[in-house]
Ligand binder design. Sequence first.
Ligand code: UDP
Length: 390
Amino acid sequence: MLLNGGLSVKRHDYIVVGSGFFGAVFAQQAKEAGCSVLVIEQREHIGGNCYSYDYEDTNINIHKYGTHIFHTNNDDVWRYINRFTEFNRYQHRVLTTHQGTVYAMPVNLGTINQFFGVKLRPDEVETFITEKGSREHLDSPANFEEKAISMIGRELYEAFFKGYTMKQWGCSPTELPASIFNRLPIRSSYHDSYFNDRYQGIPIGGFTPIFKRMLEGIPVETGVDFFRDREHWLGRCGKLVYTGPVDRYFDYEHGRLNWRSVRFEFDRHDLEDYQGTSVMNYADPDVPFTRIHEPKHLHLEKSHTPNTTVTIREYSLRDNDRPYYPVNGDADKAMLAKYREMESAEEKVIFGGRLAEYKYYDMHQVIGSALQKARKELSDREKRSASIST
Ligand code: UDP
């Protein structure tokens, strides 16, 4: 205990800034190892952008910051998350609307046959796309557009990716890295599942209960802005775990990293089913939103208020103050390298998560990275205390 102006202020081994997956997993692991942990959270709720809640009088669970589907191939991560929730058997399938017609996403044999009005077999797709789909083979595609055209040809790219990507990222796909295109599989079979991963589902009861269980027995202070008194928090802990934006931590000394943000419009309808699926993408540039979410389709195991549904229209915008997707352009990469250098001088601080690492992480990747960093830190800590006591 420290005395501060006559008030006793508890010190903690770790103070974790942010209660999204990185912060919650780190806090849980540290508590389990016997450490004293405090979590502070700027928002009024825990769970970061994975926060979910039940929409009033509907029993429909809403992902406040966009639909989150849990999927992973990592056994360790799957075992870990299953300590805190049970999953339903939801398998993500996405549809996309292009010029009034609905197609399956990601691009698969069904999409290709429907789009070109043909009936190809899997072994005919390669040649067809090269000849009829205007594919240009490139050895090392330098950006999203080149990668897309070398994989699926110009026609499919222009129908399903170009307009959507321009809306989503607010720039030309030639300015985006090829790695963003690689997030989606391209299939010459009729397999239309969005992910190839072995494990997939939606937590029964939504995402928020996972965070509540992970943080059980750990003090959490919500509505607390770390930057209002960072010296206070730093003075109260052995180490700080910071999961906010990395440029903010260093007072934007090298400038501001670029982020895409999203805005949601919620509607409640007196209808049993609005669109028949959980996510409908809108590929065309003249439709202002990118997709419509209908969350009741994520929980087929659950009964909802009859003749009621909720839809959420998603609009993309540039807003570095509400970060969702790291743009990661050339200027951002150069800036990030400078922040990384500054981080290495911060011995007392562990940086992690999508915001602090400026990485387009999925949930399972954040959990994997938090487990790895927490295990390393906690084993180093044990070694440090063993060397002090000998
Ligand atoms: N994308 C697209 N059309 C689609 C779906 C995705 O052009 O119908 C592109 C778009 O650039 C998007 C990227 O593929 O940013 C990755 O899509 P993903 O579904 O992984 O995005 P997220 O769900 O993370 O927003």
